[in-house]
Design a protein. Structure first.
Lengths: 103, 193
């Protein structure tokens, strides 16, 4: 059986990859994908801690992940609708060009 | 660390890196679907089959398709530009810093349990019972949130009304609307959805 730190390291690696993508990519859809990756890394942590925790009979970790998946799906739908709306307005999804709020 | 975990972890990490670094957006979407699938397999391996299959249904099924549609709808034929933004060095540095901090925190923590306790049985029956008793209020709130998100997404992505657009869009449409009678259906720039 794989030890718990292996799952935690995998999760932090996924989180860092998602963070790097969200911070460096110019396309808004890729930024949203990076955020989804970070959410999934957090979900993996929840499941791993539930499995290796002291009381696996309390299924709190699983419940948290179920609600997290539901909220992430809603977030993806609204985020992609916003990106489509931005594209219609600016004719681009390049985040370096969408800078009208820049001071 | 056994072989299954190594294979699944390598698949997940490699496809995640590919999803964040490839140039073609459709390839990125496919790679991220592979990442979600690898995570679902990890959930199954950890003994949470309900969450694993929910991940397959929602992420691999719904979110990946949604992303592919968004990529198709926002495709522009602009000349190829660098895929990363100007401040990519700072972004990579921040990500590496976060990874270093997390790794150090995991390595120096006092996680001494090497073997997990006896394999629990999170049956769907138990999950359903908990959802309907202890977690019924969050469940209702999630339903409300999903309804609101669906309506909100439709409203945001909906075409703006023509009259409103004339005021907002300004120069390009006011010339067309300057005639005696406004055209019943003037061409809307970019409104091909």
């Amino acid at each position: 059986m794989t030890p718990l730190p292996a799952y935690l390291l995998l999760s932090s690696l996924l989180f860092s990859i998602g963070l790097a993508g969200a911070l460096t990519r110019r396309n808004a859809i890729l930024v949203l994908l990076g955020i989804e990756l970070m959410l999934n890394a957090a979900n993996l942590n929840f499941i791993a801690f539930w499995r290796y925790g002291m009381e696996p009979e309390a299924i709190t970790g699983i419940m948290f992940v179920i609600f997290s998946i539901a909220v992430a799906a809603a977030e993806a739908a609204v985020g992609l609708a916003l990106i489509i709306s931005i594209y219609r307005h600016y004719k681009t999804v390049n985040l370096d060009k969408v800078d009208e709020l820049k001071g | 660390m056994n072989l299954t975990f190594a294979i699944l972890a390598a698949l997940t990490v490699v496809s995640a890196i590919a999803a964040m670094s490839l140039r073609n957006l459709v390839h990125c979407a496919l790679c991220v679907a592979v990442t979600f699938g690898g995570l679902a397999a990890l959930y199954l391996k950890l003994g949470a089959p309900f969450v694993g299959w929910a991940q397959v249904l929602i992420y691999v099924g719904a979110v990946a398709i949604l992303i592919v549609f968004a990529i198709l709808l926002t495709r522009s034929d602009a000349p190829a530009q660098p895929v990363v933004s100007k401040s990519w060095v700072a972004g990579i540095a921040v990500a590496l810093l976060v990874f270093g901090v997390l790794t150090r925190a995991v390595m120096t923590s006092e996680i001494t349990i090497q073997q997990p306790p006896a394999k629990p049985e999170p049956t769907v029956l138990k999950i359903g019972t908990e959802l309907m008793t202890r977690y019924v209020l969050p469940l209702e709130a999630t339903g409300l949130l999903l309804t609101a998100a669906t309506i909100g997404a439709v409203i945001i992505a909906l075409q703006e009304p023509v009259s409103k657009r004339k005021n907002v869009a300004g120069s390009s449409n006011t010339e067309q609307a300057g005639g005696a009678s406004p055209a019943p259906n003037p061409p809307i720039p970019g409104g091909h959805v």
